[in-house]
Structure formats: structure tokens, C-alpha cells
Write a protein that binds this ligand. Structure first.
Ligand code: PMP
Length: 360
């Protein structure tokens, strides 16, 4: 068996232990004689997986009892539309624009013709930082942020302390550090970066907010529907949720989000150190105070495309894939989510150092 280091931004690397466990259980889940994929979503066999996954998330992420934990479909992108549909109540929705994904969320608010305001943006500087002291008002229907900007490699170090419910797109950093839930109204994430395969969207929403929804919102698009039916209103992505279950057990074995947060800091430091000590050969895209621990984005001096491509290729030859930056910004990006082993990061760091020496 060959396993290489996968630095893709998502879908992305998963722990070998998790994949092996899924393989072991694939044909005969817990002596049932069938695969969990083949189980009815109403059967006890699946039901236990479903509820255990919710419990694991609640325990590991310390989600208070006044939040529902939901498993939806349609990706994080559907949440861009569902948030205004369900949570706007006639006032104003406020957004911090820190990258393409928040811009897409704003666009869905525009389409729905709701009153919105972009209260801070880092667009003018190429989305290279998270704005400081974002002036969210106290009266907004909700305040919206993207905790980690996958494309630009920026990340909030602490969440704004809003009076209105804070809505967080945590698609690329969910479960990577402990969260304080006080002012959070809802957090959502596509699972395919830090939590499992694509096709499951995790929504953690304060129970009272599910009641805001208006009569003209289709049943399937209401948080209320999914909350009342424990995410079993229709057939959920049962296999995806099973994989999420294995991922949460793996996370627990790593000391939970507290444990993984320490490892994530270490991993990111290794790569940022290489960038900072390269005497300008590598240039990080994000300002230092906004650097993401999940997506390390950088260019080679003078944005030398040829050298950048050469490094991506060399990495591939050395069994490290997925280092090409997002098509909209170019450069390089190393996505080092929870499941990326520190060995992979060290191996990449060594290659980058050697490459810089050779081409300086
Ligand atoms: N938000 C963020 C921060 C993302 O990184 C992504 C995907 N890369 C999305 C939303 C969109 O997710 P999906 O493809 O699941 O709709």
C-alpha cells in the first residue's frame, strides 16, 4: 500500500487509521452482515451511528445543550443561501468580507433582496488579513464571518464579540481549536476538509434561531425541519456521517480539539518559519497577525511562475501533492488540516529549504 502526503484544500487528507477502519467494516458492519451504506436510515444499525456522531461532536467541541447539531447536504454553499432565508427577520444582516467565500455569502443575501451591510472588508489589500475591531452593530439580525479563508490563508485568532448572533462559516477550520460559544448563533462547515468526506454539511445552530423562519421558505430549506427530525427528515448522507463518526473518534484519540490545536500550531510554525527565514525567497500571502494554521499560502519571490510550478512538480515527485494555489490567486498553498501528519509538514519544509538554497 502506498500513502502519499496530500496537501489539497478539500476534499483533503484523512487519517490512514480512519480509512483502514472504514475498510475493515465496509462489508460487514458490526456483525450485521451488511455495509452501513446499505442500512436503512431508519434502522437501529444506522441510528446508533447517527446519534453517537452527534454526541461525539457535542462532547469534543463542547457544544452547549441549547444548540442543535445538524447534518445537511448541499455543501457549505447552500448555507450561504439558507442563512438569510432562515435568519433574516427584516432588519439588517451584517457581513465581514474576508475572501471569496464571504463574498459568495453576501451575493446570496443580495439575491434574496434582504437589507445587508458589509461592515469590514480586506478586499482592497488582496484579502491578506482579517480586519481588526470589526464594527458590527448591536442591533443586526445577525453578524456573519468566515473563520478561515481557505483561498487566501487568513484566519481569525479570536471571534468578534458581537451582540447579535454570530454566524460562522468554519468550513476550513472546524474542529481545529476549542470554541467559545457565548455569542455564536450558528456555525457551519462542509465536512470535506477537517471532518470527513464531502457531502455532509455540519450545522451547529442555537435552538431559538430555528424558530425565526418565515412561512414561504421551502420545508427542506428550513433549519427547523431538520432540527425537529434530528436530521432525518429525508435520507441523510449516511455513509458520510459514518465517516464523520470515525473522524471524531480519531480526533478524540489525539486529545480532542485541545490536543489537535497544539499540534496544528506546531505544524503551521514549521512552514511559516521556513518562509520567514528564506530571506525573501518565499513570501507569505497573509499578514503575520492573520496567518491561517490550516492553509499556508505563499509565493516565490517576484511571483516567479516558473519556479512555483517547478516546486509543485518537485514536491509531486517526492510524494507530496496538492500544493498549487487556488486558481483565482495562484502561488502555492499547503493545506495542513487536522489529519495532515507532522511528518508530512516536516518533509515539505525540508524540500522548501533545499529548493530555496538551490534557486536563491
Ligand atoms: N466556505 C469555505 C470557507 C470554503 O473553503 C468552501 C470550499 N472550499 C466553501 C465555503 C464551499 O464549500 P462547498 O463546496 O461544500 O459548498
Amino acid at each position: 500500500m502506498k500513502r502519499i502526503f496530500n496537501f489539497n484544500a478539500g476534499p483533503s487528507t484523512m487519517p490512514t487509521e480512519v480509512l483502514l477502519k472504514a475498510k475493515e467494516e465496509l462489508l460487514d458492519f458490526k456483525n450485521s452482515g451488511i455495509s452501513i451504506m446499505e442500512s436503512s436510515h431508519r434502522a437501529k444499525l444506522y441510528d446508533e451511528v447517527h446519534n453517537e456522531t452527534i454526541e461525539l461532536i457535542r462532547e469534543l467541541y463542547q457544544v452547549p445543550e441549547d444548540f442543535h447539531i445538524l447534518f445537511l447536504q448541499g455543501g457549505a454553499s447552500l448555507q450561504f443561501a439558507m442563512v438569510p432565508m432562515n435568519l433574516y427577520k427584516g432588519g439588517v444582516a451584517e457581513f465581514a468580507d474576508t475572501g471569496s467565500w464571504s463574498a459568495k455569502a453576501v451575493k446570496e443575501a443580495q439575491i434574496q433582496n434582504i437589507k445587508y451591510k458589509i461592515v469590514a472588508s480586506s478586499k482592497d489589500s488582496g484579502y491578506d488579513h482579517i480586519p481588526k475591531d470589526i464594527p458590527f452593530s448591536d442591533e443586526a439580525d445577525y453578524a456573519y464571518i468566515t473563520s478561515n479563508n481557505t483561498i487566501y490563508g487568513t484566519q481569525y485568532k479570536t471571534f468578534p464579540k458581537t451582540k447579535s448572533p454570530l454566524i460562522i462559516d468554519a468550513s476550513s477550520d472546524i474542529f481545529s481549536y476549542p470554541v467559545e460559544w457565548e455569542n455564536i448563533g450558528m456555525m457551519f462547515a462542509g465536512a470535506q476538509k477537517n471532518a470527513g468526506p464531502s457531502g455532509v454539511t455540519i450545522v451547529i445552530i442555537r435552538k431559538d434561531l430555528t424558530q425565526r423562519v418565515k412561512e414561504n421558505v421551502p420545508t427542506i430549506l428550513r433549519y427547523k425541519t431538520h432540527a425537529e427530525k434530528n436530521s432525518l427528515y429525508n435520507t441523510p448522507n449516511t455513509f458520510g456521517i459514518y465517516m464523520l463518526n470515525l473522524m471524531m473518534k480519531w480526533l478524540k484519540s489525539k486529545g480532542g480539539v485541545e490536543g489537535i490545536a497544539k499540534i496544528n500550531e506546531k505544524k503551521a510554525k514549521i512552514l511559516y518559519d521556513v518562509i520567514d527565514k528564506s530571506e525573501g525567497f518565499y513570501k507569505g500571502h497573509a499578514r503575520k497577525d492573520s496567518r491561517s494554521l490550516m492553509n499556508v499560502t505563499f509565493n516565490i519571490k517576484n511571483k516567479d511562475k516558473e519556479l512555483e510550478e517547478k516546486l509543485v512538480k518537485l514536491a509531486e515527485e517526492n510524494e507530496m501533492i496538492g500544493l498549487k494555489g487556488h486558481r483565482s490567486v495562484g502561488g502555492l498553498r499547503a493545506s495542513i488540516y487536522n489529519a495532515m501528519p507532522i511528518e508530512g509538514v516536516k518533509k515539505l519544509a525540508e524540500l522548501m529549504e533545499e529548493f530555496a538554497k538551490e534557486h536563491r
